[in-house]
Design a binder for this molecule. Structure first.
Ligand code: SF4
Length: 102
């Protein structure tokens, strides 16, 4: 099955690195959050996951490599962002264009 991460709102979940993990492993606190974040670092849909959590103001758990506390801080720093999905998708496209131009 070929899935383009942003082809439908939740299509990215099929590609997640944690799709077979125990959900409780992502809803942890303290040092265990660093282990959860480590799983995210190699996830192919980290951008989609993070933007979904930010756009939907998900309050708990590690999403896209960020804890709830980190996401709250980011949302406070950038109240001007109306669509994290659009912002992160654009940033990724620009990054990819830049790396391919070299
Ligand atoms: S970024 Fe992390 S929480 Fe999100 S889908 Fe990937 S592994 Fe799961």
């Amino acid at each position: 099955m070929t899935v383009t991460p942003f082809e439908s709102p939740q299509a990215w979940t099929a590609l997640s690195a944690c799709k077979n993990a125990d959900p409780d492993e992502l809803f942890v606190s303290g040092a265990a959050q660093n282990r959860a974040k480590a799983v995210c670092m190699g996830c192919p849909v980290r951008t989609e996951c993070l933007s979904d959590a930010l756009d939907n103001r998900v309050e708990f758990g590690v999403w896209g490599g960020m804890t709830e506390r980190e996401r709250r801080a980011l949302l406070r720093r950038r109240p001007d962002v109306t669509s994290w999905r659009e912002l992160l998708e654009t940033a990724r496209a620009e990054h990819l264009a830049g790396t391919q131009a070299v």
